[in-house]
Design a protein around this ligand. Structure first.
Ligand code: GLU
Length: 440
């Protein structure tokens, strides 16, 4: 392994959805393409909203998707390290205490907005005297802390957005510690990225402004700046990705029969200049990763499109990739896969071929004749055509009039794989009985 290292850093405050799955997919693809290390970082600084149940579900989905992590870390276990860095930054004047209440901040924000100014914190806390602080403390106010941005231009080269440039004067000093002493996401994330040697950060473009402040945090820690890639956020059909779609659970998709690699293939190419094609393994897909092919526009995500793609994925699926999940052999799978919508549909065809079926007799003279003409086994590749030619010749029926009654008698189903492929799977004994109208 080289020194390339990425991380996926979910907050265990909900289930995996299509948005954070996409972030995980891109990180994993980059690690695999570059032969780097993939870290799972559990961002559980929010002790109230973080739940073990969510974390377990998250790991389960990642494993199901085939996302393997080489290392893992948990923020709640690193508080002492964050405290250590914060003391240092406080001593350097980069972290400072503020005593405004949420209401006071809101009033300040509204006042600035009313004047048409950006709602940037005025750093009033830096001018507090010892007496002011003593008074606040006596009132029972607890400080929250901000990271002090230095004036100047903040720049980085983004793998998706190109050169990014922010004037620090247009950014508010981010709050990094809440009144109750708990950490917000920004600083711990940078401390972790620095300590764990993260080289590439791929995440949603909703983090771009955080990145601007975080660029200065990396510098304050004396850490090298990782390479950033901010993915355009997904949108729904009507514009913004609705809450329902944004939080569309991967567990639900899985339960509905959407294949893991179908989701991965779909998300990897959505919003790129490449067509969405089925990939049956991570390695092959990873070799095609090119973040330059990702557009700046927000791609539309359509659940129905994913499901349609899933059907295509299954119909093109090589037998070896079913990994024994179907309980049938290659011939059987290849015979019926063109009729599957989800892999579990194979059960229906297993039942039709291997379990009792109550035949539907639509044209008794025709199906009786077909039974009488059914050749003895063993059958060869030619048997079906020879048999059918004979049934056609003797009944005078052709096309739908010939095929439909045969299909209904043999399978009781309206549609399905070609009878030619199905008949050998059903076998002579069952076929014969069913043609005669007997349940078999
Ligand atoms: N826990 C953060 C989130 O889920 C991580 C963001 C990041 O990748 O830095 O949004």
């Amino acid at each position: 392994m080289n020194n390339i290292k990425v991380r996926f850093a979910p907050s265990p405050t909900g289930y995996m959805h299509i948005g954070n799955t996409r972030t995980a997919v891109f990180n994993c693809l980059l690690a695999r393409k570059l032969g780097g290390c993939f870290m799972l970082r559990i961002d559980d600084t929010d002790v109230v909203r973080s739940k073990k149940e969510y974390e377990d579900a998250l790991r389960d989905i990642l494993q199901w998707l085939g996302i393997v992590w080489d290392e893992e870390a948990r923020q709640s276990a690193r508080m002492a390290r964050y405290d250590e860095i914060v003391s240092k930054l406080k001593a350097e004047g980069r972290v400072y205490a503020c005593y405004e209440t949420a209401e006071e901040l809101e009033i300040m924000r509204k006042r600035l907005m009313a004047k048409g100014l950006p709602p940037i914190y005025d750093r009033g806390a830096l001018n507090l005297s010892r007496a002011d602080i003593a008074r606040y403390e006596a009132e029972g106010r607890r400080p929250h802390y901000r990271f002090k941005l230095e004036p100047g231009v903040i720049e980085w080269d983004d793998m998706v957005r190109g050169h990014c440039r922010y004037d620090a004067a247009n950014l508010a000093d981010p709050v990094i510690i809440r009144e109750d002493g708990s950490y917000l996401y920004h600083l711990p994330s940078v401390i972790d990225d620095a300590d764990f040697g993260i080289t590439h950060i791929i995440r949603g473009e909703d983090h771009v402004t955080n990145t601007a402040s975080q660029v200065q945090m990396f510098a304050a820690l004396g850490a090298p700046l990782p390479v950033f890639a901010h993915l355009p956020l997904l949108t729904g059909r009507e514009g913004k990705l609705s809450k329902r779609l944004g939080s569309l659970g991967v567990r639900e998709l899985r339960a509905e029969g959407v294949e893991a690699m179908a989701i991965v293939s779909f998300l990897a190419k959505l919003g790129t200049s490449e067509a969405i094609e089925p990939f049956y393994d991570w390695e092959t897909l990873a070799q095609t990763l090119d973040l330059n092919k990702l557009g700046r526009a927000q791609p539309k995500f359509d659940e129905e499109e994913l499901k349609t793609f899933n059907t295509r994925y299954i119909r093109q699926m090589p037998y070896e990739k079913t990994a024994g999940r179907t309980g049938v052999d290659k011939d059987f799978f290849d015979a019926v896969k063109g009729n599957l919508t989800v892999l579990a549909d194979i059960e229906e065809w297993k039942n039709i071929c291997h379990q009792k079926v109550k035949p539907v007799i639509e044209d008794k003279p025709l199906t009786d004749l077909a039974a009488a003409l059914l050749p003895p086994e063993p059958w060869t590749a030619e048997t079906f055509n020879l048999w059918l030619a004979e049934v056609r010749a003797q009944s005078g029926k052709k096309g739908k009039e010939l095929f439909h009654p045969l299909r209904k008698a043999l399978t009781a189903a309206e549609n399905g794989p070609e009878l030619k492929t199905l008949l050998p799977l059903i076998g002579r004994a069952r076929a014969y009985a069913r043609l005669l109208g007997q349940e078999a």
